[in-house]
Every structure is written in structure tokens, then in C-alpha cells.
Design a protein around this ligand. Structure first.
Ligand code: MG
Length: 251
């Protein structure tokens, strides 16, 4: 089952797909155009993997890491499907990152890899934008690269774990203005989902609705104001976002 969170009629609703429309939790059927899409889950801690596809690591002149390279993203960075992301005027390089987002379903501590999927509730799609200018001289994505407002579109759908037979074999695509720019497969992750859950839960507690952004494959290119960026993962969904400039935010 696919679930969304949307705002319409002055309230926030859970929604599912029914006959090409959105069915709200109160039973009303609405057109997709009538709603504002919200992140499909209200997240706890948001983890993000750096360089978790070897081809992307080589693309930006790094070696694939020997241990997961993980950073955190704040909830201020999130924006729903069909939202807008700000590209600051003074940056030279900003790129999208199509990523499988794994949603944790229950408290997890010291989980063994063979049990890891018991702690997953489902999946969604994220676009982990990077403002490349601020990257330091080794792979350390500081706050100015990854934690600006609106840098993490996520959604549209939360898809139940049981609906995805093999999350480690899903095709990923990014389209900029309709043109395919990035293509990969989750089977090429350096550290797979069970490894990441075992690793993170070995030194900290994971909680329901924590989210792990699992990294991006090769094919990240610069995007500019006005570009429409769609990141898509097979079986999970297509997440659309538009790049806007500083003037939209007035300041
Ligand atoms: Mg990323």
C-alpha cells in the first residue's frame, strides 16, 4: 500500500490512491492538483550516507569509504512532492541526488544484519541536494552543503515494506526538464540496508520514523533556477521538485 500525507481543506490528511485520485482518511476523494504534498512520514533522526555508490565516489574524485560515512540532516531541510528548493545566487555547483529512503519501523538497538528488515516499516524517495561549493577538501559535507532549508525533497509516497520484494535491486532515475541525467540500481550500494541498520544500531538507538538516505549513484550534474527535477525509484514513486532563486524568498 502507498500512503501520502497531504494538506487540503485547511487540515493535514493521510491519503491513499484510489481510481487515480487521492482518497483522504476521512473518505473524501480529491484530485492531486488540489493538495499540497507533505513529507510522507514525520521523521525522527534523518541519516544520510556519503559516497555509498562507488561510481558516484569516483565521479567526484573520492575513493569509496571502508566504513559508512554518515551525516545528519535537519527537519528544516524537508519539502514535499511538487515543492520548491532554493538555489542561492552565489553558488556555482548545486546537484540533485536520487536516493532510496529507508524508514525505520520500531526501536532498534544492536540489530543483527539477518534481522535488519524486521526493523524497517517501508520506503520512500528522497532528493538529497548538495550545494557543492561548500564541500571541504575531503568528504565532509558540512551544514552549508546539506542542511539548508528545502534541500531534501521527499515523497510522494511511503510504500509498505511488504510491497517491495527486493529493496536492494531497484532502478533509480533522475530527470532534469524531462531529460534522463542519472541512472543506477540499489544493488550497487557499497553498504547495503542490513549492514547500515546493523552498523547504526550498534552504537545508537534507532526509533520509529527515523529515516536513512542510502546514497546516490553516478550522474550528478549542476541544476539551475527554473529546472524541474524528478527523482524516481522503481516501484516506489517519482518525486518532482523545482529549483527557485533567492527572490522567491525575498531575503
Ligand atoms: Mg546523498
Amino acid at each position: 500500500m502507498k500512503h501520502a500525507r497531504v494538506a487540503c481543506f485547511g487540515a493535514i490528511h493521510e491519503a491513499t490512491l484510489a481510481d487515480g485520485k487521492l482518497k483522504l482518511s476521512d473518505g473524501r476523494l480529491v484530485d492531486e492538483k488540489e493538495v499540497t504534498w507533505l513529507p510522507p512520514v514525520e521523521p525522527g533522526t534523518i541519516f544520510a550516507l556519503g559516497l555509498n555508490y562507488a561510481d558516484h565516489a569516483s565521479e567526484i574524485s573520492f575513493k569509496a569509504p571502508e566504513e559508512p560515512l554518515v551525516f545528519l540532516k535537519g527537519p528544516n531541510t524537508l519539502v514535499g512532492h511538487d515543492g520548491e528548493t532554493r538555489r542561492p545566487r552565489d553558488v556555482e555547483m548545486m546537484h540533485y541526488e536520487c536516493e532510496l529512503a529507508v524508514v525505520i519501523g520500531k526501536k532498534a538497538r544492536n540489530v543483527r544484519r539477518e534481522d535488519a528488515y524486521d526493523y524497517v516499516s517501508g520506503y520512500t524517495v528522497a532528493n538529497d541536494y548538495a550545494i557543492r561549493n561548500y564541500l571541504e577538501n575531503y568528504y565532509r559535507p558540512n551544514l552549508a552543503v546539506k542542511n539548508r532549508d528545502t534541500l531534501t525533497p521527499i515523497g510522494p509516497w511511503f510504500v509498505d515494506k511488504d510491497d517491495i520484494s527486493d529493496p536492494m535491486n531497484l532502478k533509480l532515475y533522475t530527470y532534469v526538464n524531462g531529460e534522463l541525467k542519472q541512472e543506477g540500481c540499489t544493488k550497487d550500494m557499497v553498504f547495503d540496508i542490513p549492514f547500515l541498520i546493523e552498523y547504526l544500531s550498534s552504537f545508537m538507538t534507532l526509533n520509529e520514523n527515523d529515516i536513512i538516505l542510502t546514497g546516490t549513484p553516478k550522474g550528478t550534474v549542476n541544476v539551475v533556477e527554473g529546472d524541474e527535477v524528478v527523482v524516481e525509484i522503481e516501484g516506489i514513486g517519482a518525486l518532482k521538485n523545482t529549483i527557485v532563486g533567492d527572490e522567491v524568498f525575498v531575503r
